[in-house]
Design a protein around this ligand. Structure first.
Ligand SMILES: Cc1ncc(COP(=O)(O)O)c(C=O)c1O
Length: 402
């Protein structure tokens, strides 16, 4: 036996001692087999990558700033990129300066840094119910207490935010084309959430990876516009340019970014200079504005195709969200159907989804599932939804036969 096959580890830290492999995660590994129709992934469509434009931008960077691109750079991020992002954020939402932008290695890193900077063991943080699995994983490292924000079919309901929110560290929210539900919060609710944050004195962490992926009309402005003094907004290039770049950013008051800089210095010194300069070039040459309409059209078509298939095959007693953008549809089945349990059989029939239970901080709802429609070709969307519908029907029929 080689020494690497031994399962010994150095003594584990408190942070990793409790961490376990999840059964769902193990099952989802099977979803990547080529014969499985997988609605489980959170990956953007490879068709959305502007390969040629990135090749041009890369050549330009190497020709004009070759040495700089290959060198270390500052923890805050490359000035050219911070400036380009500040201009774009100003155009799309509310005015900011380059100083209000912290570059990070994907918005996932921002979640980890924010957890480390602003959460202690037992601190209360509020999250939507359901919310992004990766945020829960990042925040859980700090062992917080999660408070869930009551949610209805229109997303989180700020009217339900009461005195129990006073003094919490922050509320983490994904107001636009939410992961996992695809729901977008109305302007009215955004404003109300900002008011509640002031009333009960908490910060808002606004995660906005999907805002540019709208289909027919732009979503309401980010929450940052309504409470700029107490909001950190996370942006990323993952869904608009390339997740492989591992490039994201945080927008907010400089004072609130400073602790993140100290931590980031310890974590990775800085984000790749090379991808920062390529992305800055893409922004400066207007690539985003030129490239996004095709991505929006592609996702809109894929989404319509899945909605049609759900309508065609799914039985009575089921329902689903109808997103105006983003990558996900959230399906609700009758309460007695457990999507964790159904997953194994779905994989046997070569189709995969993410069981809803993965997205809850506290009590999971077991009759939900998240379907991603962006990477599967239309004919396979139809075939995969038909198989899922059959699985659901069998469970409904079995219940009714009792
Ligand atoms: C809501 C949300 N936040 C953050 C991330 C992480 O994205 P990034 O690639 O920027 O780290 C994702 C990825 O899917 C996401 O859905």
């Amino acid at each position: 036996m080689s020494e690497f096959e031994l399962s010994a580890t150095p003594p584990k830290s408190v942070r990793t001692r409790g961490s376990q492999r999840s059964i769902i995660r193990e099952l989802l590994k099977l979803a990547s087999k080529p014969d499985v129709i997988s609605f489980a992934g959170g990956l953007p469509s490879p068709k959305s990558f502007p390969v040629e434009a990135i090749e041009k931008a890369t050549d330009w960077v190497l020709e004009h700033h070759g040495a700089q691109a290959l060198q270390y750079s500052s923890t805050e991020g490359e000035p050219a990129l911070r400036k380009a992002i500040a201009e774009r954020e100003t155009e799309l939402s509310a005015p900011v300066e380059a100083d209000n932008i912290q570059i990070v290695s994907g918005s996932q890193q921002a979640l980890d840094l924010i957890g480390s900077a602003y959460v202690d063991e037992g601190s209360v943080i509020a999250v939507e119910n359901p919310t992004y699995l990766g945020a829960l994983s990042a925040f859980k490292l700090q062992r917080p207490t999660f408070l869930t924000i009551p949610t209805d079919e229109y997303g989180l309901n700020p009217d339900k935010i009461g005195p129990e929110f006073r003094g919490i560290r922050f509320a983490y929210v994904i107001p636009t084309f939410q992961n996992p539900t695809g729901i977008t919060l109305s302007e009215e609710r955004r404003k109300k959430l900002a008011e509640k944050a002031r009333e009960y004195d908490f910060w808002i962490i606004e995660d906005n990876p999907y805002g540019e992926l709208w289909y027919d009309h732009q979503p309401p402005k980010p929450i940052r516009c309504y409470a700029p003094e107490r909001t950190l907004t996370l942006g990323t290039f993952s869904k608009v340019l390339s997740p492989g770049f591992r490039l994201g950013y945080v927008v907010g008051p400089k004072t609130a970014l400073d602790p993140l800089i100290v931590l980031k210095q310890a974590v990775d010194l800085h984000t790749s200079t090379f991808t920062q300069l390529i992305s800055a070039r893409c922004l400066d040459t207007g690539l985003m504005n030129a490239h996004m309409p095709a991505v929006r059209e592609l996702y809109k078509t894929q989404c319509s195709c899945m909605l049609e298939a759900l309508e065609k095959y799914f039985p009575q007693g089921t329902s689903w969200t109808k997103p105006d953008g983003g990558m996900f549809i959230w399906v609700t089945l009758p309460e007695y159907i457990n999507t964790d349990e159904m997953m194994k059989e779905a994989l046997d029939r070569k189709v995969a989804y993410v069981p809803g239970s993965a997205f809850y901080a506290n009590e999971p709802e077991l009759n939900k599932m998240r379907l991603s429609f962006v990477t599967v070709p239309p004919e396979k969307i139809d075939a995969g939804i038909k198989i899922l519908a059959q699985l659901v029907k069998e469970r409904i029929d079995a219940r009714e036969a009792k």
